[in-house]
Each structure stands twice: as structure tokens, then as C-alpha cells.
Design a protein around this ligand. Sequence first.
Ligand code: SF4
Length: 289
Amino acid sequence: MEIIIGKNAGFCFGVERAVNGAKEQVKKEKKIYCLGELVHNSQVIEALEKDGMVTIENLEEIQDESAKVMFRSHGVAKEIYEQAEKRKIFYEDLTCPKVLYLHKLAEKYTKDGFFVLLAGSKTHAENIGTISFCKKENCYQFEGIEELEDAMSAYAKSGLSKLVLLSQTTYSLAKFESLVEELKKRCPEIVVENTICASTRIRQEETKELARKVDKMIIIGGKNSSNTKKLYEVAKKECEKTYLVETEKELNREAFVNEDKVGIMAGASTPKESIQNIKKFLEKEGENS
Ligand code: SF4
């Protein structure tokens, strides 16, 4: 069996930074909280929780004012910073710098009188954070081209005359490009900020190329990881036999034979060990078949 692991599989710069930062804090602090999932990978979170990190859903859960809280890699809403400062809760901001940059853009364009369109999943933590830096009545969040007319009518209702498009850092590049094309037809003067992070773009491109070359493709990553789901969609278009798993336990042993060429790609929150475990699993199965 030939196994090809994508060069860009696994932790991106932002996740690596957050995980290393959290490990350091866990060692240093007696009690340390994390607001929301530090990164979208349950194996990584479980390991940190074993060492003492406590994941919470909101700041109200912190009763001990001397405790410290970490902010997840995908960022938190503006109100969270305000609440923490008001209650004088110490925080370590592990938000990826690329997400912080997106927050700044949202704030800046709002101040400059723009109506902000944000493309991305409405329920994703990153977008909830980004949209909080806009004025409620002067922004619209949408998931794709099917909501374009609603987005344009929200802009028309606002009475503003400047429009900007931002996107979730892990948004699909292909979807973003078709959105831009359609929006330019309706509003030629729209300002477009491609805020899809380079690491996401490169990973999606590599996944597409790899999936074209192999018989089977395995995408490894958390079930709630948006960038992993996108990788699955990209791969599935090119390679019918694409599997999305968190660990090797979810793979069917009989689905792989010696003659297979198998591609492996992993989401931005997937640790190296998970990739190696899948590789070992396949090598073992290859010998047996
Ligand atoms: S995918 Fe990009 S934006 Fe998201 S955490 Fe990684 S480096 Fe940051």
C-alpha cells in the first residue's frame, strides 16, 4: 500500500501557538480555565484537561476572581473582553493573530461607515466573535450564495452606501470566489477583503491535488472542526472513497487493501500523533491483506 501524507496536514500556526500557550499556562497556574474549546479537537482538549485545564462556556462560571482564563484560538466576542476587564479577571488571549486581524477589520470598516457582509457559518465561534465587532444593524452574516439576496436587501435597508465583504478564516476559497463574482454584479464598488487564512487555502489546494492522485482519501479532524469539514468536501469531489474520521477506530479494516494508494490530510487542529496512528493502522492492514 502506498500512503501519501499531505505536507500541510495537521496543526496550523494559530493552533500550534494556542496549544503551546495553553500547555505553558497549565504548568504555571494553580487553576486555569479555558473559555470554549481551545481548539476543535477532543483528543487535544482531553489531554490538557487531564493536566488541570477546565473548559467553561461563559465567564459567569468563574467564581474565584483570582483564577485565570484562556481565550480559545478562534477568538471570543467583544463583550467577553469587556466582561473580563470589568470583573478584573486575568486572561491569556490565545486567539490566533489572523482572527484578531479579522476582528480589527470588522471594527475598522464599521467605524468607517461600511455595511459589513461576513461569509461563514452562523454558529461558528469565530464568526460570533467577528460579528460582535460590527454594529448589529450594519452587518449581515451569511453562509453562501443562496442567501445573497437577503444579504443585499439587509444592505439596502441599512441606508449605508459602502459595502465590504469579509470571510471566516476557514471559508472555502471556491465559494468565496463565486460570492465575489455575484456580489460585484450587484454592487461593483464593493470592497473585498479575502480573510481566508493562507494555511486554510494551501491545505485545501493540496487536498484537492492529493485526492485526484489516490484511490482512497482519509481526512482526519474533529467532528466540529469547520476547516476539516471543508477538506472533506474538497476531497470528496475528487475522490469518491473519502473518509472523515477523528481516530483510526472509525475506519473499517476491510476497506483498505495492499494495492491501494491512500492519501491522508488532516485539519488544522489535528495533532501529529493522530496522523501517525492512522498511518500505522494502514501499514498494519496493508501487511495483513
Ligand atoms: S486556520 Fe488560520 S486563522 Fe485559523 S487558527 Fe489556523 S492559522 Fe489561525
